[in-house]
Design a protein around this ligand. Structure first.
Ligand code: DON
Length: 305
């Protein structure tokens, strides 16, 4: 396995030059555009690494999967999906026009920014600190990493430049899609996106999903089978945004990307995969990460289809 991972990293480093770092969150421009790394966590708890797997980066949209798990846990799936759709999108992850013009009259799905911000408004907790701490504690549990913390610079950078997200959030409040204090909800969202992780952390989240909600390293159940089934399905249809169809055809694994450069993937009953490559394609997905996953899917026959 180690040899296959190393080959996949080396074969696909050439693609990163075609991508760009995310620049709309200025702090993300400090990443090394050339970086590319991977970790695989198997369901018997074995871990394999290659490339820049130790580099820390911010979780960004991969956190949307974590908050969706909590929101369904707290409210049940029927309530969550009464406020947010479960349909794929052909628009960018932060599209504003789509929110008003789509037929559903609610965010199309919980993976785009609008849907993810509405998800935050459904997380239980008395204060915004308590809500964020529940998200962070749950992230620690499913990564097995007690030292997770936010990257303060990225958090402040997001908060200072997040006007598009503010626009989405205030519009949703006006439409009764969302209740509560909009600035508090956004603050939690900016913080959740700024949690710092590495390839192993996200490979482990993938492994938990691949294992139907049971942590492979200690056999603890953290989610019901039903919730993990819903999460993986949404990852297939919406996890790579308007690139989800292409990703399903060429790779065929439930996955979620983030503009920090991470992709978290769950191969049912086989393994979790975490890849990192901050050079992004036009849709905001890691360009090298996708190529690495494509090679692995081919070599190890990972497509679920
Ligand atoms: O809200 C944002 O735009 C970012 N914090 C997260 C977006 C993101 O990661 C999109 N993913 N590829």
């Amino acid at each position: 396995m180690k040899r296959i991972l190393e080959k996949a990293i080396n074969d696909n480093r050439k693609w990163v030059k075609d991508g760009e770092l995310a620049s709309y969150i200025p702090e993300l421009l400090n990443a090394d555009k050339e970086a590319l790394g991977i970790c695989v966590t198997t369901l018997d708890g074995e871990e394999f690494f290659a490339g820049d797997h130790n580099t820390k980066f911010t979780i960004q949209s991969i956190s949307k999967v974590i908050t969706l798990m909590l929101a369904i846990h707290d409210n049940g799936k029927d309530y969550v999906f009464s406020k947010i759709g479960m349909e794929p999108t052909e628009s960018a992850f932060n599209s504003i026009t789509n929110l008003e013009s789509n037929e559903l009259k609610k965010p199309l799905n919980p993976m785009i920014n609008a849907g993810a911000i509405a998800v935050v408004s459904m997380i239980d907790g008395e204060t915004k600190e308590e809500k964020f701490n529940r998200i962070l504690r749950f992230a620690m549990k499913i990564t097995g990493n007690d030292s997770l913390a936010i990257n303060e610079q990225v958090y402040l950078s997001e908060k200072a430049t997040g006007d598009r997200n503010r626009a989405l959030a205030y519009f949703m409040k006006s439409m009764d899609i969302m209740e509560g204090d909009v600035e508090e909800i956004l603050d939690i969202y900016f913080k959740q996106c700024s949690i710092e992780i590495n390839c192993r952390d996200i490979a482990r989240i993938g492994a938990m999903l691949a294992n139907d909600g049971v942590l492979p390293w200690n056999n603890q159940r953290v989610l019901s089978r039903e919730v993990t089934r819903i999460i993986k399905t949404i990852m297939v249809t919406c996890g790579m945004y308007d690139g989800s169809g292409n990703f399903a055809v060429h790779i065929g694994i439930p996955a979620k990307s983030g503009v920090g450069g991470g992709i978290m993937a769950a191969v049912p009953r086989r393994m979790g995969i975490g890849v990192y490559g901050p050079a992004l394609d036009k849709k905001g997905n890691s360009i090298g990460g996708i190529k690495v996953l494509e090679e692995l899917s081919r070599e190890l026959d990972l497509s679920i289809f």
